[in-house]
Ligand binder design. Structure first.
Ligand SMILES: Cc1ncc(COP(=O)(O)O)c(C=O)c1O
Length: 396
């Protein structure tokens, strides 16, 4: 007999598709992956070297539950230098990745029945993590027609009609849409939130360095000192430094909340891996790979152009991260073969994997059932070949 809590949630749909594509590849099939949520670049050598040195120096023991003082100080330096936000190490909790940080947040701020506003399309884990904490996700639709961004009016209406909202999630740049909120748009949301001073803001900025000009990264934590207090920042080493397997991320919040999350970690995972944390310091104190960012921008342009030619697909220009999120309902109802009809994004993704050997993630898990997600963390050659395969597999 399993708990009601665990039965309330679903396995991550992005990991499920990847598992199927991996199994096909292991069986010798040539699958092109548009499903992976991680950069196709290796972790930079200076970061690996720092980790190897830490191992060799015997840095293999427990550390403080919220991370080593040295890493938390490096994080504060980074937040000041790049984000213009003053924090001290007591505000920082290093975790086993952004996903773990979000889990810690929801467990630490929600009472049963508390509501969390989640704009859709959303990253798959937010609603399930809220449910795990016995909270209630309140989904706010922001479709392609509004550039995947909630408006101030929408947020105001939502906060007026829901009495138990504890927090609002903002994810910019966004997974799965690639949308980036302009600073002015975020200031408008802040102006609404000023009228609801008890509502916290969870700002997921794990893609902060993947923003294509003329778009600009900005954080609601910069709106005012009060907003810095109300905002829980989520950052990760995964995307910026190609460190997804290292499992390292962090939160920046009030000391009170940091203390609570640190207590939670001390009774659950304990500290993130000691030598991974040493690599984290080298990452933050070293350069950011501008070449990788430029490559993503180039690929984003190409994939959008190519997707335009796929009948029934409609794709907005990605503004950041490394995802394209075309609307594909133009293809729904179409017959492929004698007895297969594509009636959903799920059907389309299953068909493309089988018939074209191309893995994409259907939008259902992102709260956007008319879309599929393409990650372009893949070579230009594979991107072109992958879209060609899709063109060949779908009726023209
Ligand atoms: C929007 C968003 N937030 C958080 C995460 C968590 O990343 P990690 O746990 O690897 O730090 C991801 C990963 O895909 C993401 O896309």
């Amino acid at each position: 007999m399993l708990s009601q809590r665990i039965n309330r949630i679903q396995p991550s749909p992005t990991l499920a598709i990847s598992a199927r594509a991996k199994a096909m590849r292991a069986a010798g099939e040539d699958v092109i992956s548009f499903d992976v949520g991680e950069p196709d670049f290796d972790t930079p050598q200076h970061i690996k070297d720092a980790c190897i040195k830490a191992l060799q120096d015997g840095d293999t023991k427990y550390t403080a539950a919220p991370g080593t003082p040295a890493l938390r100080e490096a994080i504060c330096r980074k937040l000041q230098r790049e984000n213009h936000l003053p924090y001290t190490p007591e505000h920082i909790v290093v975790s086993c990745g952004g996903k773990h940080s979000l889990y810690n947040i929801f467990q630490s701020i929600l009472n049963p029945g508390d509501e969390v506003v989640i704009p859709a399309p959303y990253w798959v884990s937010y609603p399930d993590q809220v449910l795990l904490a016995e909270g209630v996700p309140v989904i706010l639709q922001a479709g392609q027609e509004q550039d995947f961004k909630i408006t101030a009016q929408q947020l105001d209406d939502c906060l007026q009609s829901h009495e138990r909202v504890r927090a609002v999630v903002i994810n910019s740049p966004s997974n799965p849409t690639g949308a980036v909120y302009a600073p002015d748009a975020l200031r408008e949301l802040c102006a609404v939130l000023e009228n609801y001073p008890d509502v916290l803001i969870i700002s997921d900025e794990v893609y902060e360095h993947m923003v294509y000009a003329p778009n600009q990264q900005w954080s609601v934590a910069r709106h005012s000192e009060e907003f810095q207090q109300r905002t829980i920042l989520v950052h990760s080493f995964s995307k910026t430094y190609s460190m997804t397997g290292w499992r390292l991320g962090w939160t920046s919040s009030t000391k009170e909340l940091a203390g609570a999350m640190s207590k939670l970690q001390s009774q659950s995972t304990s500290n993130p891996t000691s030598f991974a944390q040493a690599g984290g310091i080298a990452a933050l104190d070293g350069p950011i790979d501008a070449g990788m960012m430029a490559e993503f921008e180039k690929r984003g342009k190409i994939i959008r152009e190519l997707l335009k030619d796929v009948p029934g697909f409609e794709c907005a220009r990605p503004e950041g991260a490394f995802y394209a999120f075309p609307k594909v309902d133009g293809i729904f109802g179409v017959m492929v073969g004698k007895d297969t009809q594509l009636n959903s994004a799920d059907d389309l993704a299953a068909y493309l994997l089988k018939a074209a050997k191309v893995a994409v993630v259907p939008g259902e898990g992102f709260g956007a059932p008319q879309h599929v997600r393409f990650s372009y963390a893949n070579s230009m050659e594979n991107i072109k070949e992958g879209i060609n395969r899709i063109l060949r597999a779908l009726p023209q």
